[in-house]
Ligand binder design. Sequence first.
Ligand code: ATP
Ligand code: MG
Ligand code: FE
Length: 336
Amino acid sequence: IYILGIETSCDETAASVIKNGNEIISNIVASQIQSQQRFGGVVPEIASRHHVEQITLVIEEALSEAGLEPMELDAVAVTEGPGLVGALLIGINAAKAFAFANGLPIIGVHHIAGHIYANQLMQPMEFPLLALIVSGGHTELVLMENHGSFKLIGETRDDAAGEAYDKVARVLGLPYPGGPAIDRLAHESDDAVEFPRAWLELDSYDFSFSGLKSAVINYKHNLEQKGGEVIPAHVAAGFQQSVVEVLTTKTLKAAKEYNVKQVIAAGGVAANKGLRASLEAAFENEGIPFYVPPISLCTDNAAMIAAAGTAMFVDGQRGNMGMNGRPGMSLTSWSK
Ligand code: ATP
Ligand code: MG
Ligand code: FE
């Protein structure tokens, strides 16, 4: 089975061909990072314009690198939501046009399901499975009892982890996106500022990162008032320690409570070196299999969309030409 995946939900224009749901044949990602750095973040209209310019080229490149003709494909999988509506529509319309022109079925994929299925490109999923999703817009613990079934057991009550990274980076004067920059500084640091941990209620799997963000802002403000010098690396290290400790502790607790066979991490913040090391150590201690994809499959890409799309294709699911962008699409409502 060959599936073409298309992803345009945010700021990466991406297309990929996947064989049998687990083998990457081609994986093209056109990033808009330079233009975002000029504006300090993603501007929806500019993101859409980039997608329009790139989408045809990216699809053509994914096919030519795969060495496949369109008619050798079995279906086109595209991100249906959540994301920026204008950005989503460019991928969806490209997918519709491509599917119609080549007589292929179209499959709509939830972007976060895609992040989770990036793991399927590395090793087969085993259920029950616990997924820690940490991305620019989401921080969730999801229990999967089967392919396509997603039960939300915890989520952020305010900022997503990636959002917190980006905001704290901005406070520290680091370039967008902030995650990689903070990660690097944290690793170079010889000391760490002590920041609070947001545990919330004892039995809650929910998260909160806005208090931590405020703590960083207050720390900087107070120190500057006193004429002290803020050392970005020390702030980065302290912030990262707080995020990583809470994410690791809650994920481990949930994995034990739900007695899962496999734990996976997904989403852009799963690229974080500190988080990867902490989760790997915690689960190795407990003898619970833990996996996280290589960094290029943690951040947005179309291989993950094609992988999730293949699972749906095998399950007999098909979309139709009435497909629309669904900016606020929730994972649980989309679950089987
Ligand atoms: P969503 O997937 O929730 O719709 P998104 O697609 O914008 O949001 P991703 O592309 O999955 O999010 O991830 C981007 C986020 O990951 C950014 O907030 C970025 O700062 C963060 N990120 C990337 N690399 C790292 C890293 N090494 N450490 C921490 N955060 C990182
Ligand atoms: Mg992105
Ligand atoms: Fe994403």
